[in-house]
Design a protein around this ligand. Structure first.
Ligand code: ZN
Length: 301
């Protein structure tokens, strides 16, 4: 049973918007694409854990701190006697493990997922001990990108390769398990201890003036959007969206990018660019957000 769902972080959402609206350095592009790909891999793995039918609790995307050390876990599955800690890697292409280093086929050494896994496992064990739960922890790195190959894959390491994934999920599903109240208490405690990460430290600097304004297409992110009756239509892919939902979507973007700016009719009018009627924007803001203040000082929350 799913106990804690995964959702897109504000960091990912902001980087996605910046990727469309601002010139990115190569480094920024790579960082964004790494996060986007990582998230895609996690969501794909969630589709598999969702199918588990036996008695277990699934907690996705956790960040804990113990004794001043933070650690992040992609997926935790609580069974009767065992907790599975799973780190998901959506690497694609050919990699090589020489017993010491993980490297790409070009010889670029990447962070060893097994070291990271060991660290998380040991910290999770400390946390469980601290909470008074004596369950064993089994930890695995799951490589779930079908285009991933690992040469010299060691057989005695907790690695699940794409071709082993189905069997691994079947094994989990067959695990005898009967949960009781204390397992639920543990899951609740873990959710309570989960730290909600703020994106601040990982964001590149950006200013309002540097960000390209205009409604973007919901599907292809193009700026070639025009209004047609009650809809906005994308000139690049043909996607149509109600003006109301497009404006709401853009207000959310402004709020995410610039949490300190006040959402006013003028602000959104300037931002959207293609909507010619300020009255229409006031109406959309008024019926979808909470108005604060009066007349020309009105802003929306
Ligand atoms: Zn489009």
């Amino acid at each position: 049973m799913l106990f804690k769902a995964r959702s897109e972080t504000d960091l990912l959402k902001i980087l996605r918007i910046l990727n469309t609206r601002k010139e990115q350095t190569l480094e920024e592009k790579q960082y964004y694409s790494k996060l986007e790909k990582g998230y895609e891999g996690e969501v794909q793995f969630d589709l598999l854990t969702e199918k588990l039918l036996n008695d277990c609790l699934i907690l996705n995307d956790l960040l804990f701190e113990i004794n001043g050390t933070k650690f992040q876990i992609d997926t935790v599955i609580i069974f009767q006697d065992t907790i599975y800690l799973i780190d998901i890697k959506f690497f694609d292409g050919e990699y090589l493990y020489d017993g010491e280093n993980f490297q790409t086929s070009y010889g670029k050494i990447v962070k060893d997922p097994l070291n990271q896994l060991d660290r998380s496992k040991s910290l999770l064990l400390q946390l469980l001990q601290h909470l008074g739960f004596g369950l064993t922890v089994e930890a695995y790195v799951v490589f779930n990108n079908p285009d991933f190959t690992l040469y010299h894959a060691p057989q005695n390491k907790p690695i699940i390769l794409p071709t082993q994934l189905n069997r691994f999920m079947k094994k989990l599903d067959k695990k005898p398990s009967k949960l009781n109240n204390s397992h639920i208490k543990l899951a609740e405690k873990l959710v309570r201890l989960n730290i909600v990460q703020t994106p601040d430290n990982h964001l590149p600097p950006y200013k309002y003036e540097q960000v390209k304004k205009g409604i973007t297409c919901k599907t292809c992110h193009s700026f070639s959007v025009i209004t047609k009756g009650r809809k906005v239509v994308c000139g690049a892919c043909g996607h149509e969206e109600l003006i109301t939902t497009a404006v709401i979507r853009n207000v959310q973007e402004v709020k995410l990018l610039f949490p300190n700016r006040k959402i006013t009719t003028k602000e959104i009018y300037d931002w959207c660019q293609v909507i010619k009627s300020k009255k229409r924007i006031t109406r959309i803001l008024g019926s979808n957000f909470k108005a604060v203040g009066v007349c020309k000082w009105t802003y929306y929350e």
